[in-house]
Design a protein around this ligand. Sequence first.
Ligand SMILES: CC(C)(COP(=O)(O)OP(=O)(O)OC[C@H]1O[C@@H](n2cnc3c(N)ncnc32)[C@H](O)[C@@H]1OP(=O)(O)O)[C@@H](O)C(=O)NCCC(=O)NCCS
Length: 177
Amino acid sequence: MTVTRLDDAEVLARAGDLAHLLTDAVRGGASVGFLAPLDDAAAAAWWTERAAAVAAGRLAVWVAHDGRRVVGTVGLSFPDKPNSRHRAELVKLMVHRGARGRGLGRALLAAAEAAAAADGVALLHLDTETGSPAERLYRSAGWTRAGVIPDYAASPDGTPRPTSLYYKHLGAAPPAA
Ligand SMILES: CC(C)(COP(=O)(O)OP(=O)(O)OC[C@H]1O[C@@H](n2cnc3c(N)ncnc32)[C@H](O)[C@@H]1OP(=O)(O)O)[C@@H](O)C(=O)NCCC(=O)NCCS
């Protein structure tokens, strides 16, 4: 399995593969920003729109490839506010249901964290559905839960669900205020 970072042209070229991951995640009930049913065309359009952010350096996208097909992805979103350039948001960590439980999610997370640290990012944050398998992964990878917001996002069937907010300092912890 290889994990590679995509440039904007590669995001466009891989939009179909990335869409397949997104529709699979939604079909599996994961809270990744969409309601069911999500069709391939809408998912591919969403990824195609992301290419501009990749070109502008506001989004980084990685894919995991098993030699035959794309089986996972993760992203980092960089805020453009002047006071926020030390942080990034981890987004859209997804592994195809047929490839889960083999360490791919952990490998994608580690790749994004390592790249962020190498880029000088000091703080990562994310949100995820409370009680999801992803939450277990983040906790075991050293992320800290900052809190829970009830009814923050709807699961694909439209039911409002609680969301957990997580963060992780990279490298040295910042000085105390
Ligand atoms: C979360 C997700 C990326 C994990 O991918 P994966 O490749 O199966 O994860 P890994 O095999 O690397 O497992 C890493 C850890 O995740 C946790 N985990 C994975 N699957 C789990 C499950 N079904 N139940 C509970 N914990 C689980 C475990 O802590 C596991 O560590 P362990 O193997 O040492 O026990 C995958 O389940 C997924 O794509 N889910 C849908 C999309 C989603 O919810 N993404 C998160 C958005 S914030």
